[in-house]
Design a binder for this molecule. Structure first.
Ligand code: ADP
Ligand code: MG
Length: 259
């Protein structure tokens, strides 16, 4: 996996993002800045609006109001595949792999998405695409090694243990060569050992120059890897600072433990 020079300047800025579902305001004028190369954690109680934030900036939900941009390019109103091509890649709270494809093929699909091809084109294998496919295969093998899944390359994804499926999802998201990687609760359901491996992996991703927006409940993981922690509560951002400052913020303590 080569360091991508583009990765080094990526910055996500969201301004006054509001998302309403009927009468419910899931996000209320949320503003947030993910600085280039940082690991930025987005935390908050259940229902606070974290997934809504991710779903909105990745183009799956339309904001009711507000705007967001990556490196100055406006993203509001664009479709999810367009946003992905502009450098924003994500994993889902519930893994969404192609179960019948092999581990390697799942990562290769990620590359094709990064190139702007669909799955159909990836599987058509016209002669003109063969060489590119070989290149893609080699890159995918490299990524599998990066996430330590090289021994599972030819297994069908659905037969992988849960923890390794999550890891495969990260590899697939990285295959699109993101400048910003969004991880929605990547530690959920993982063992302590797997969480340690995840922590180390997030550090290595950040070291490549990719900015990371991490949605997570696991406090130790956040404290260990995040440069900045932003806290959502009832759709509003109530704090955004270093982990040490945020964990002592009375509003944050109130949001988590108050009645
Ligand atoms: P979190 O990820 O922080 O737990 P969510 O963003 O999933 O919170 O949800 C925030 C609020 O928005 C919740 O009240 C949830 O029920 C609501 N919500 C999320 N997505 C939708 C949707 N597609 N339609 C209607 N309501 C939604
Ligand atoms: Mg969520």
């Amino acid at each position: 996996l080569r360091r991508d020079p583009n990765a080094l300047r990526s910055e996500l800025v969201a301004r006054d993002l509001t998302v309403r579902f009927g009468g419910l305001t899931a996000l209320n004028k949320a503003s947030l800045r993910v600085k280039p190369g940082e690991v930025h954690a987005l935390i908050g109680p259940n229902g606070a609006g974290k997934s809504t934030f991710v779903n909105t900036i990745s183009g799956f939900y339309r904001p009711t109001e507000g705007e967001f941009e990556i490196d100055g390019v406006q993203l509001a109103g664009r479709k999810s595949h367009e946003i992905a091509r502009l450098g924003l890649s994500r994993t889902f709270q519930n893994t969404e792999l192609f179960g019948e494809l092999t581990v390697l093929e799942n990562v290769m699909v990620g590359y094709q998405q990064g190139l702007g091809y669909g799955l159909a084109a990836a599987l058509l294998r016209t002669p003109a695409m063969r060489r590119q496919e070989e290149e893609c295969r080699r890159a995918a093998i490299g990524l599998l090694a990066f996430v330590d899944l090289q021994d599972y390359a030819n297994e069908e994804a659905r037969f992988l243990p849960f923890g390794l499926q999550r890891r495969l999802e990260i590899a697939r998201a990285l295959a699109a060569r993101p400048r910003l990687l969004l991880l929605d609760e990547p530690a959920a359901g993982l063992t302590t050992q797997e969480i340690d491996a995840l922590e180390e992996m997030i550090r290595r991703i950040a070291a490549l120059g990719v900015s990371v927006l991490l949605i997570e409940h696991h406090v130790e993981l956040i404290m260990a890897v995040a440069d900045t922690v932003t806290v959502l509560d009832y759709g509003q951002i109530i704090a955004s600072d270093t982990p040490a400052v945020v964990q002592d913020d009375p509003r944050v303590i109130e949001a988590y433990f108050g009645t």
